[in-house]
Design a protein around this ligand. Sequence first.
Ligand code: MN
Length: 296
Amino acid sequence: MMVKVIEPRSVKLSTRTEIEVRRNLPHAQLRRVGAWVFLDHFGPTPMVEGMQVAAHPHAGLQTVTWPFQGLVEHNDSAGHRQVLRPGQLNLMTAGHGVAHSERSLAGTESLHAVQLWLALPEAVRDSSADFEHHGDLPRFDLGGASLTLFIGEFGDAHSPARTYTPLIGAEILLQGGATATRVPLNSTWEHAILAVDGEVRVNGEVVAINSLAYLPIGEATVEISSDTVARLILIGGEPFTEPLFLWWNFIGRSHAEIVEMREKWNARDARFGEVEDALGGWIPAPELPNVILKAR
Ligand code: MN
């Protein structure tokens, strides 16, 4: 099976600094992988305090933050405050609406992380906001590689993080060498593998650092290898078939819903609440494009 490879694009975030991220999802050739609709990869950078994102809203999704290096402080309008360290997961369920700020802290040599979004299905997308932090996560020895299940399911194992559709989110650390590691997959799901810090081979095909290799449904295993120690992110899930309107930090089901979310945030409406943090201020939603948004 040929592997479709998604190259990232560089995106400048609305932050107090000039930090740029590499975005693999959404992509013109790949809108989503299961319920995974968004994948940003930033660093490694010695600018460990470079991530200073003031209060901004989310709705209709969960944010999944997973650092490899560095410290990230989360503050949200439901009153949750949490410093996140490598090997730990922050999961924010935005539901009907929440606001949060994210800033990286001094005290480490390097900052390197991924942040992903999961679309919430219709039945729960208007629920109230929630936040979870998990440091005790299932780990597996795959022979030549180790896997940390930060969210979802792997075989019979489950991450404690709360999910609303069948999915997996895992970090894999390859030891490097000639022998490939065979990773079992749920063959009714689609999957993708991000090469985080080294070139890897996925089913024998070279995947460059920062690229995302897509595996369609029907694959019961995947073979991964690398010449050197390398870190991967494996995401996957049951195909998510609801049409989505994804704009800025929101996921809705119609253009009108997105217009309403934008107006309420910019009017400082109680739907999203207030964030109390050391950063101060908030990020206004940009102008909508002068066209009716389309479902994707
Ligand atoms: Mn955010």
